[in-house]
Write a protein that binds this ligand. Structure first.
Ligand code: ADP
Length: 397
């Protein structure tokens, strides 16, 4: 089967056309600046990237351009759109309604609309992607794969907040967790890579990208995760604060004369390692370079980030009463030996020892702990598009 995987954001859209049998990416790219001016990036497997600037007032023009590029005479990856057998959509928030991937139909769309309150920035964009594909590719089966679904196995003690219970009942205020497709994929890959039985092991997955989260996976099921009702909770991230004392919101609002929206903007876009480095960068490459050149704020930002990862690993080892293996994944987890070292060197109490030579690896399945380490620590690259493709095929079979 050829599966078109679509990840639709509010002003951008990433796509990959994947052959589900060979799991080869036939073409990939993104539409950027939708509603502003419009830019299509398209790359056929083994070819150069093509960049086209063209008006994209809405997602519809963007997706139409993607489809045109896929069947283009010269660099198209397929001859005819009928070769696309299915479409897999990444969907951010499925609330409690979706504990797994689902085939897109009217009921699913309605249930998804009901989750919009929980992710007002993301879900509407995902819905637009689904509707436009229905319009442009009528009759092609589609599947929704949710960022939250993998975490739906968490027990109440992990997902309830210490708030009036009515907020949970009335509004669904609880921990949902995100990056679920990645946590699910990486936990399975980690078990496979180490020869562990996924149904009988305790794993911790550290998804460290611009957004970052850790999850505890016991016997193949998520039992806790660091992001919450929204992706703002948990680790210190690129520009998001992660956990803070909730009273800071009122305090800063008064001191800086900001309304709630203004404070939330600071917590989402101006905090994290970006804020800690005094606005230097949210990119760990820049922070690493700056720290090496003596920038104290960049060095501290890296320490705060790593320390939060370290503490969360400790919490999840406690939550599962042990841990067999730990995975590092996503942009930072796969590519930043310094952050990994800052975390793993402090896991001696778990019997972990780091293999410093192996820790130099970037972006491929590798055990970075020594052979005699009691807990295996690995770099496992994530692949959310492939995971969405697999889910789509599994559901349609
Ligand atoms: P997201 O999907 O959340 O945008 P990614 O998983 O792509 O994030 O991770 C992006 C981050 O990964 C960048 O902000 C950067 O900090 C980090 N990163 C990417 N490559 C490297 C590298 N070679 N060394 C250190 N950090 C890196």
């Amino acid at each position: 089967m050829k599966v078109l995987v679509i990840n639709c954001g509010s002003s951008s859209l990433k796509y990959q056309l994947i052959d589900s049998e060979s799991e080869e990416v036939l073409a990939k790219g993104l539409c950027e600046r939708i509603g502003i001016d419009g830019r299509l990036v398209y790359q056929k497997e083994g070819c150069e990237k093509e960049i086209t600037n063209a008006p994209m007032p809405t997602h519809k023009e963007g997706i139409q351009m993607v489809l045109d590029a896929l069947v283009n005479d010269k660099t198209g990856a397929i001859k005819d759109l009928s070769e696309i057998n299915a479409i897999g959509h990444r969907v951010v928030h499925g609330g409690e309604k979706f504990s797994g991937s689902v085939i897109v139909n009217d009921d699913m769309i309605q249930a998804l609309e009901e989750c919009t309150d929980l992710a007002p920035l993301h879900n509407p964009a995902n819905l637009i992607g689904i509707r436009v594909c229905q319009e442009l590719m009528p009759g092609v089966p589609m599947v929704g794969v949710f960022d939250t679904a993998f975490h739906q196995t968490m027990p109440p003690k992990a997902y309830l907040y210490g708030l009036p219970y009515e907020y949970y009942e009335k509004y669904g205020v609880r921990r949902y967790g995100f990056h679920g497709t990645s946590h699910s994929y990486v936990s399975k890959e980690l078990a496979r890579f180490l020869g562990l039985d996924i149904n009988n092991c305790k794993l911790i997955v550290c998804h460290l990208g611009n957004g970052a989260s850790v999850s505890a996976v016991m016997n193949g099921k998520c039992v806790d995760t660091s992001m919450g009702m929204t992706p703002l909770e948990g680790l210190v991230m690129g520009t998001r604060s992660g956990d803070i004392d909730p009273a800071i919101i009122e305090f800063i609002s008064k001191k800086e004369n900001l309304d709630l929206e203004g404070v939330m903007e600071v917590l989402n876009k101006k905090s994290g390692v970006y804020g800690l480095s005094k606005g230097l960068s949210s990119d760990f490459r820049d922070l690493g370079d700056a720290a090496e050149n003596g920038n104290k704020y960049a060095a501290e930002a890296l320490e705060v980030f790593s320390y939060h990862v370290l503490k969360t690993i400790g919490a999840y080892a406690a939550a599962m009463n042990g841990v067999d293996a730990i995975a590092f994944t996503a942009g930072i987890g796969e590519n930043d030996p310094l952050v990994r070292e800052m975390v793993v060197k402090n896991l001696g109490y778990l019997g972990v020892t780091l293999d410093e030579e192996k820790n130099k690896v970037r972006g491929k399945d590798t055990k970075i702990s020594t052979e005699d380490s009691k807990v295996a620590v690995c770099v496992i690259p994530t692949n959310e598009e492939l995971a969405i493709c697999r889910e789509t095929v599994a559901l349609l079979k």
